[in-house]
Design a protein around this ligand. Structure first.
Ligand code: WTA
Length: 647
């Protein structure tokens, strides 16, 4: 395959953090002498007790144990705020752009300090102490970041839940981590709509397994009637407003948990991925600086939601650890219309823009319109994250948004990796559209076959990482076995990513997507098992099988095969009802694109559903179904093809 290459020299020359030889020097150092390299990089942070130990890690089955900087003490909130306040209290921390284009504001590091301290004091007054879990269910407003940093300040472990998630999803997470407090807002605003966040929390807390919650702090986003439960619910301005804007940061061990973030896997309910304080923060900081080539004063915009790992590492922790200006956007790229993203870039003179292929493809579908009437000349770097970016979308982003002047960093990583793992560095890496290119410092990727044997040269295989890096997740909340099972049991002494990849003749990685039963819908992870178990809770559904299929904008769409329960009359109404049921139960992201009712599913004689066949039919590629001779009832397949929906 021939790929267009965009060499470093094809972009305006500027001094970057690394050039080709500097990348090579630092990479070699990082993998040949991880102790020495990370001992040095740990100094990016201010430590209350300096570390003497650096790397103590084992990927060995049954003994997986990951520790970085283990005897050091620090506070993440101090590192993200106070040390910058000491240098320049008026420096901008957040540029906030509202859903409504007429609304924006700027928050300095000093202001952020004061708000974080007030809230931290209010949380303490409500009985939250070091190690307690706090759920954050907020819209994209600065207070979401304040809430995260307030937790970090007092040593509470936050778990941010995306504002689009349902009451059930909140209740499951509260139960799993036994959270003591919820921080929310009465409403959220997105794309001109109001989202009833507080009422979702109320519904969640009506479930009897959420009794661990003692209090709910509610930010008043809109003047509106909001039901408040006595002795449980408190207005943010009432409780934090009266507190002192000073709160001593709690000394935390480097390996104390900073947050839990729930993400979908191939089995069961979402798992609480645990990130700890020292290694995570150091890794978020160094990747933010090098990958985005962050220079003081740059306006940096990561267009993700704080409810995802991208928001944690690259709206909050990475940028603030570096004293950067982080733009936070409340809205969506298509509201009021498709020019919004480009308009925000011009309005705030954004230097660096980091977004997802799904957003790019949605805009690309509108041709030239999304760039119309805007110059975007402040931009010097673009980033992409969340799913493979197809070369066509890459070109559009590069040419139309970036005026062909900006390199694109296609960053591959995961909730579990904490930070960016495979990525170009601006000024150091020649680009190939569609390739995430080369590993970041300290990252040792490899490709293996299904037996775990290393594959050399230009080849495709399963993507593994063969040694630890500081940003790596340490465990699954309350279930270390599941952590080992999920990531370390497939291959000996390796972290298995769940992704497939190809390596080309230049050693560049091309991520091909998940090789497990995880879907990636608009850059959001969903487990097929999770959607299936939701579906079968509907009384009309006896059995369900969920697969992904290629979708022009979302990357993957959700195709559902359902077996009705006996006596069910299948109507359009019922199909709608089932779709709504999943939306309400999980989230609108999990809404099935196609629901095909069927009297049977293709199963082997031992009862295993042959998903390969279902995937093909969903993709409308039924000519190449492969061997169906092991099916218990091959006739089922003809029926499924006959009634397929994605024609
Ligand atoms: C996919 C998001 C190709 C991949 C940070 C991974 C990507 C999953 C890329 C993690 C990329 C993420 N190219 N695929 N640049 N970035 N992915 O946990 O399948 O929400 O395993 O983390 O997204 O999704 P998660």
């Amino acid at each position: 395959m021939l790929h267009k290459v965009h060499p470093v020299a094809s972009y305006p020359a500027r001094k970057t953090h690394a050039d080709k030889s500097e990348y090579q020097r630092l990479y070699n150092w990082s993998v040949e002498d991880p102790e020495g390299f990370w001992a040095e990089q740990g100094k990016r942070l201010d430590w209350m007790t300096p570390y003497t130990k650096v790397k103590q890690t084992s990927f060995e089955k049954g003994k997986v144990d990951i520790k970085w900087f283990a005897d050091g003490q620090l506070n993440a909130s101090y590192n993200c705020i106070d040390r910058h306040v000491k240098k320049n209290p008026d420096a901008t921390a957040i540029i906030w752009e509202g859903d409504d284009p007429a609304m924006d504001k700027t928050i300095s590091y000093q202001q952020m300090h004061d708000e974080v301290c007030r809230l931290a004091n209010a949380m303490k007054a409500k009985g939250v102490t070091k190690g307690d879990r706090v759920i954050i269910y907020m819209p994209m407003i600065p207070e979401a970041a304040f809430a995260m940093l307030a937790c970090a300040r007092i040593g509470a472990v936050h778990s941010v839940i995306f504002g689009g998630f349902s009451p059930n999803a909140i209740a499951d997470r509260v139960e799993d981590c036994q959270a003591k407090m919820v921080i929310t807002a009465n409403f959220g605003r997105r794309g001109g709509n109001e989202v009833p966040l507080k009422s979702n929390v109320d519904k969640a807390l009506e479930r009897d397994n959420t009794g661990s919650i003692e209090s709910v702090i509610v930010y008043k986003l809109l003047e509106d009637d909001t039901a408040m439960v006595a002795d449980r619910d408190y207005w943010w301005h009432d409780v934090a407003g009266v507190c002192e804007p000073v709160c001593d940061p709690e000394p935390m061990n480097a390996e104390d948990p900073l947050f839990v973030l729930y993400t979908s896997g191939s089995t069961g309910k979402p798992k609480g991925v645990v990130h700890t304080t020292g290694g995570y923060l150091a890794y978020a900081a160094i990747t933010h600086e090098y990958v985005f080539d962050y220079q003081p004063g740059d306006v940096y915009w990561c267009a993700a939601d704080v409810g995802w790992i991208t928001g944690h590492s690259y709206i909050v922790y990475g940028p603030f650890a570096n004293g950067a200006i982080s733009l936070m956007f409340e809205g969506v790229p298509t509201y009021p219309d498709v020019r919004r993203m480009a308009q925000v870039v011009d309005k705030h003179k954004v230097d660096i823009l980091y977004t997802a292929p799904t957003a790019i493809r949605a805009l690309m579908a509108k041709g030239d319109l999304p760039a119309q009437g805007t110059s975007r000349e402040s931009l010097r770097l673009l980033g992409s994250v969340g799913e493979p970016i197809n070369p066509e979308a890459w070109d559009w982003y590069h040419d139309k948004i970036g005026n062909s002047q900006c390199p694109i960093v296609d960053t591959w990583w995961q909730t579990e990796t904490g930070g960016i793992m495979i990525t170009p560095l601006p000024g150091a890496t020649d680009l190939k559209p569609g390739s995430a290119t080369l590993p970041f410092f300290g990252v040792k990727p490899a490709l293996v076959d299904s037996n775990g044997s290393f594959l050399e040269g230009a080849v495709s295989g399963n993507l593994v990482i063969t040694d630890s890096w500081p940003g790596q997740a340490r465990t699954v909340w309350g279930d270390h076995d599941r952590f080992e099972q999920t990531y370390f049991s497939a291959y000996d002494n390796m972290y298995f990513t769940g992704d497939g990849a190809r390596r080309d003749e230049d050693g560049y990685f091309w991520i091909t997507g998940r090789v497990d039963d995880v879907l990636n819908v608009s850059g959001h992870r969903l487990g097929t098992a999770e959607i299936e178990s939701s579906l079968v809770e509907h009384p009309a559904v006896a059995e369900a099988a969920v697969v992904g299929y290629p979708h022009d904008i979302k990357g993957q769409g959700i195709y559902v095969y359902v077996l009705p329960t006996d006596g069910t009359e299948i109507t359009e109404e019922l199909t709608k009802e089932v779709r709504q049921f999943v939306r309400d139960d999980l989230s609108p992201i999990a809404s099935p694109d196609f629901i095909q009712w069927t009297p049977g599913l293709p199963k082997t004689r031992s009862g295993k559903i042959m998903r390969r066949i279902l995937r093909k039919i969903a993709a409308n590629e039924f000519d190449s179904l492969g061997d169906t001779s092991t099916l218990a009832d091959p006739a089922v397949v003809d029926e499924l093809i006959e009634n397929r929906l994605n024609k």
